[in-house]
Design a protein around this ligand. Structure first.
Ligand code: ATP
Ligand code: LTN
Length: 334
């Protein structure tokens, strides 16, 4: 199945709940790719351990995240959808690649610098995080990796790793992947601070709409989104960033152009637009939330789907790991 198609792989770290930003900027695009590519999407639970997690909450969140992927329309038959830790091959390849990675290159990673500046107890996992990410990608011989701009440097490290690998062992066992960075147009910004992106791990929950927020919460968050003191609805991302963000969300969800929407609101106030946008978001997410609630009622079924996804993923993962073991001189288990 899908053997001749190019391989796409992407994952999200299990932090927070998926947001409207993830939906518009990532999952919606992933859905479009599922027909033309052999797509692999996974839940990066091992990456989540780089920050301290409450075990019970992490477990629940893994189920919830998996259900959110499916509820948003990723088809587990068409795609390979799995949980990172269900394939020990990720950790194995990560170790082998760690032994090939110069400390200096990891020291230059801006995400590590940012995160370690904010955290008191820095663990080695946070430092080697990009190597595990490279293992995720190289294990599946991925051609394209859809990621956000913030992951560009990690993608470069992954590509460097292929070069270091080839310098030491020669060509043939690992494929050079490419980042697939979506158009900037669909970047959704924080509701209270439209200069930064909407992010699921934001401490202030007023900054994002989670795809499983209740209708009441969605309405409240959108109504209190930061705008400016002007009253005319126009699209001006520089001077009216908050309003521009709301217009972008409106446009993507309604399939109307921003110009059309501005015309519709001639002579009306920002408040009208906010009320209508809140209704639109609630309506868009309604079927998603119904599906999500259904899925979460049956964890057994979710575990079955996780197992099926892992079985599918394992075929490619084992094939690569076998080549890697043979190349490095390790004996691949029978
Ligand atoms: P975190 O806060 O944990 O860093 P995040 O919400 O920024 O999470 P990621 O897990 O880093 O999300 O990214 C998952 C996918 O969603 C990526 O492809 C990323 O580009 C996309 N994405 C994340 N936030 C937005 C956003 N605000 N607008 C558009 N796309 C986004
Ligand atoms: N670091 C990524 C999540 C991630 C990922 C990957 C993305 C982990 N492994 C492999 C693409 C490919 C993030 O924070 N968005």
């Amino acid at each position: 199945m899908g053997e001749n198609k190019k391989v796409i792989l992407s994952g999200s770290t299990v932090t927070g709940d998926l947001t409207l930003g993830n939906y518009i900027g990532a999952i919606n695009n992933w859905k479009k790719l599922q027909e033309d590519y052999n797509c692999h999407y996974f839940i990066a639970d091992l990456h989540a351990l780089t920050v301290q997690q409450d075990p019970k909450a992490l477990r629940e969140r893994c189920f919830s995240f998996f259900a959110q992927y499916l509820a948003l329309g990723l088809d587990p038959e068409e795609n390979t959808i799995f949980v990172q830790s269900h394939l020990h091959e990720h950790a194995e390849l990560a170790w082998i690649l760690t032994c090939l990675t110069p400390m200096g290159n990891l020291n230059r990673m801006t995400q590590f610098k940012d995160k370690s500046a904010q955290t008191k107890n820095i663990n080695a996992g946070l430092f080697t995080y990009p190597v595990l990410m490279a293992a995720d990608i190289l294990l599946y011989q991925a051609d394209l990796v859809p990621v956000g701009e913030d992951q560009r440097q990690h993608m470069e490290l992954c590509r460097d790793l292929v070069i270091w690998w080839e310098n030491r062992y020669g060509e043939g066992s690992l494929k050079m992947p490419e980042a697939y960075i979506g158009k900037a147009g669909a970047r959704i910004m924080s509701l209270q601070d439209p200069t930064k992106k909407m992010s699921k791990s934001d401490e202030n929950e007023k900054n994002f709409v989670s795809i499983i927020d209740s209708p009441k919460k969605i309405q409240k968050k959108i109504k209190s989104a930061q705008t400016d003191s002007d009253t005319v609805v126009t699209y001006d991302p520089e001077n009216k960033a908050g309003l521009a963000n709301l217009l972008t969300i409106y446009s993507v969800l309604s399939d109307k152009s921003v110009d059309e929407i501005c015309k519709d609101y001639e002579g009306k106030m920002y408040g009208h637009l906010k009320v209508d946008l809140a209704d639109l978001v609630v309506e868009t997410l309604k079927p998603v939330q119904e599906k999500y609630d259904d899925l979460m009622k049956n964890k057994d079924h979710l575990e079955d789907l996780m197992a099926k996804g892992a079985d599918k993923a394992r075929v490619r993962a084992q094939d690569t790991l076998k080549k890697v073991y043979e190349t490095t001189g390790l004996i691949f288990r029978r």
